[in-house]
Design a protein around this ligand. Structure first.
Ligand code: FE2
Ligand code: FE2
Length: 174
């Protein structure tokens, strides 16, 4: 009998992991660019977004982008993606230290629009092309390396949070 069921997604496939990581990012980015959400709620959303974005962008670039550059012909798209990762990191740094509400809100909007577009390009173009050019075994191997790197970053973030609790950062920002 012919099996008509599509293959089940593998949880450690790097493509599945990246799509899974994008979901909470999209929710938080939508809050950041929503004109009807008050400033303090946006600050809370940003405090959640910033570590998630770092723990996604760093392994994504080091493992997936690195592999795409080496094995596949996506140099232009990957260069743009790397630039957007770098800009996002810089904007997040600025947002953490700014004391001006207006400056925070304008950076939040720029960050949200840029990263929403960035995620759209990854999901619409890069991930499907990468999926069809690789085997599941290859993607699972990369996925496991990605998860290990992500765990390292998350434990560094936990250490940092203990050294600089969020409440003390709030006091610094005034
Ligand atoms: Fe990315
Ligand atoms: Fe991504």
């Amino acid at each position: 009998m012919v099996n008509t069921h599509p293959p089940q997604p593998h949880p450690d496939d790097i493509v599945q992991i990246i799509k899974r990581d994008h979901k909470p990012l999209k929710v938080l980015l939508a809050i950041l660019k929503n004109e009807n959400v008050p400033y303090l709620e946006k600050r809370e959303a940003f405090q959640q977004l910033s570590p998630l974005l770092e723990a996604h962008n760093v392994p994504e670039q080091e493992i997936w982008y690195h592999c795409m550059k080496r094995e596949h012909a996506y140099t232009v798209e990957i260069s743009e993606g790397e630039l957007e990762h770098r800009l996002a990191e810089q904007i997040c740094k600025d947002m953490k230290t700014t004391t001006s509400e207006r400056s925070f809100l304008s950076k939040a909007k720029v960050l949200a629009e840029m990263i929403e577009h960035h995620i759209k390009v990854e999901e619409r173009d890069l991930l499907p092309d990468f999926e069809s050019a690789t085997t599941l075994d290859e993607r699972v191997e990369l996925g496991l390396i990605y998860l290990e790197r992500q765990q390292q970053i998350e434990s560094l973030q936990t250490t940092e949070r203990h050294r600089f609790p969020l409440s003390s950062l709030d006091n610094m920002q005034g």
